[in-house]
Design a protein around this ligand. Structure first.
Ligand SMILES: Nc1nc2c(ncn2[C@@H]2O[C@H](COP(=O)(O)OP(=O)(O)OP(=O)(O)O)[C@@H](O)[C@H]2O)c(=O)[nH]1
Ligand SMILES: [Mg+2]
Length: 471
């Protein structure tokens, strides 16, 4: 299974299989959470899953599973704690639930605190921990409330992250550019702020009694101020970028989009001969990079690599990555990359389509790339070809495939190009570079008035060049 390198901390995954989620889906979701947690730098030492009617209101799991979980982390496995707590709504509800539970384990107390029966509480899927390794992180494959997180942390004695928390943490660690850092920080503070409110008891204990509310207020105000500050900074950074972008406005652009780990960066490398980061982990790329197709097409075609998508991408992050994805929005052609060797590729494509729709890129022409065919068995490949007759089947590792893709991209733009003539007066010789960059010059002749260029270019590019020349 996993190599037990001592330096890497250990984590336990927790998931509840809710009604309506089949086993295959449930297993795939858990595997994905596992990859996310590994990307975060942990070894997954155990997975606890349980079938339930609903997430347990207090601590997601039922009592038995909770104790089982605590055995991995060294916690007590009980919700009760001796520390005095501020009595907020969640707390009161939790206490009511505890009282109920005295009589009948996991009985529901009201509609929204419904705590279904543990269907398989007596059948642990994993042996008790034997490695002596203690998990320092519990990752839950659901989005859960701040009070559920707090209860779980109390019962396990270690940090608990829900799915959104894990993803935000990864984004936080991987963001490199100024823009990505700012966006992630905003998303993170937005995620943290409501948790601060409900976990007010913590800061009360830290700061001493009485100062609680005002300290909490202070924290919240600080976060608000900080978010405002970061947003201002972000606007400035984006202003610079849109200036730079407008310089490239006419270039033919394609954007690689798709689920995380589908092979976008690998294709980017292969298509442009550049050295962008390729890694077998989720969210390796958090910034959009732009490079020219190589060998160069005339006129130039620019390729952008973008952040990968994931199922249940926190809404905040979709919003905050919008501008990173603006690159994609401005593309004339979207290359939808899917991992053909992943049994979940259809679902992953659906996620990609829906996120792109959400950010307003639903109408951009697209080409489906089914990547990693080197990992697909021949019979299965035939079946895929029948399902997707218009897709490009390729392996980013196969230069012949990549060359064919390049030709396909060039042909796409070629089809939209028209022939035209440009007059270049002597006083405008400085624009010659601009012309060569945005059009293919077929013929160039000079007389006493200047140059007469026969070109082939995209209609919009031709129009813009003409207006530059006549100004
Ligand atoms: N066998 C095989 N592996 C591939 C192929 N394309 C990419 N990979 C591998 O898949 C993994 C992910 O590739 P990336 O190019 O980083 O994927 P990505 O879509 O950019 O991922 P994110 O940046 O995380 O969204 C790497 O380990 C690649 O080496 C392929 O055609 N065949
Ligand atoms: Mg990438």
């Amino acid at each position: 299974m996993h190599t037990h390198t001592q330096e890497r901390p250990a984590a336990v995954l927790v998931s509840v299989q809710l009604p309506g989620i089949d086993h295959e889906q449930h297993a795939a979701d858990l595997a994905e959470l596992g990859r996310l947690v590994e990307t975060l730098g942990y070894d997954v030492i155990a997975t606890l899953s349980q079938r339930r009617e609903a997430l347990g209101a207090a601590a997601v799991l039922g009592r038995g599973k909770l104790r089982e979980l605590a055995a991995y982390t060294g916690g007590e496995g009980e919700l009760a704690s001796s520390a005095p707590q501020r009595k907020d709504k969640a707390r009161l509800r939790w206490e009511a639930e505890q009282r109920e539970a005295e009589g009948d384990d996991d009985e529901d107390i009201d509609a929204d605190a419904f705590d279904g029966d543990d269907l398989d509480d007596d059948a642990p899927e994993h042996d008790a921990p034997d490695t002596g390794r203690r998990a320092t992180l519990v990752a839950i494959d659901h989005d859960i409330s701040p009070s559920q997180i707090r209860n779980l942390e109390r019962a396990t004695g270690v940090q608990v992250l829900d799915r959104t928390g894990v993803i935000i943490e990864i984004f936080h660690r991987h963001a490199r550019s100024r823009e990505a850092r700012l966006q992630v920080e905003i998303a993170r503070l937005n995620y943290v702020a409501p948790r601060l409110r409900e976990t007010g008891g913590t800061s009360e204990r830290q700061r001493g009694k009485g100062a609680g509310e005002s300290a909490l207020e202070l924290d919240r105000r600080r976060i608000r101020d900080r978010i405002a500050e970061l947003k201002e900074e972000l606007t400035a950074v984006q202003r610079d970028q849109s200036t730079r972008r407008s310089l490239r406005r006419d270039a033919r652009r394609v954007a690689l989009v798709g689920y995380t780990n589908a092979g976008k960066s690998s294709l980017m490398r292969a298509l442009t001969g550049s050295e962008v980061l390729v890694a077998d982990k989720l969210f390796a790329t958090l910034d959009t990079t732009v490079r020219a197709l190589h060998p160069e097409a005339k006129p130039r075609v620019l390729v952008s690599d973008t952040v990968g998508f994931i199922k249940k991408l926190p809404h905040d992050l979709v919003a905050s990555f919008r501008s990173t994805l603006d690159e994609a929005l401005e593309a004339s052609l979207l290359l939808f990359v899917a991992d053909a060797s992943d049994p979940m590729y259809t679902e992953q494509l659906a996620v990609t389509r829906s996120v792109l729709g959400e950010i307003g890129a639903g109408d951009v022409p697209s080409l489906l790339l089914l990547n990693k065919v080197d990992r697909v068995a021949p019979e299965q490949l035939d079946a895929l070809r029948a399902l997707h007759p218009d897709a490009v089947f390729l392996s980013a590792k196969n230069p012949t495939d990549v060359a064919a893709l390049r030709d396909r991209i060039v042909a796409f733009f070629e089809a939209a190009m028209v022939d035209g003539e440009l007059l270049l007066p002597y006083g405008k010789q400085n624009l010659i570079g601009e012309i060569y960059e945005n059009a293919r010059v077929l013929e160039e002749a000079y007389d006493e008035h200047g140059g007469r260029l026969q070109v082939r270019a995209h209609p919009a590019a031709l129009e813009r060049l003409r207006s530059l020349l006549s100004r």
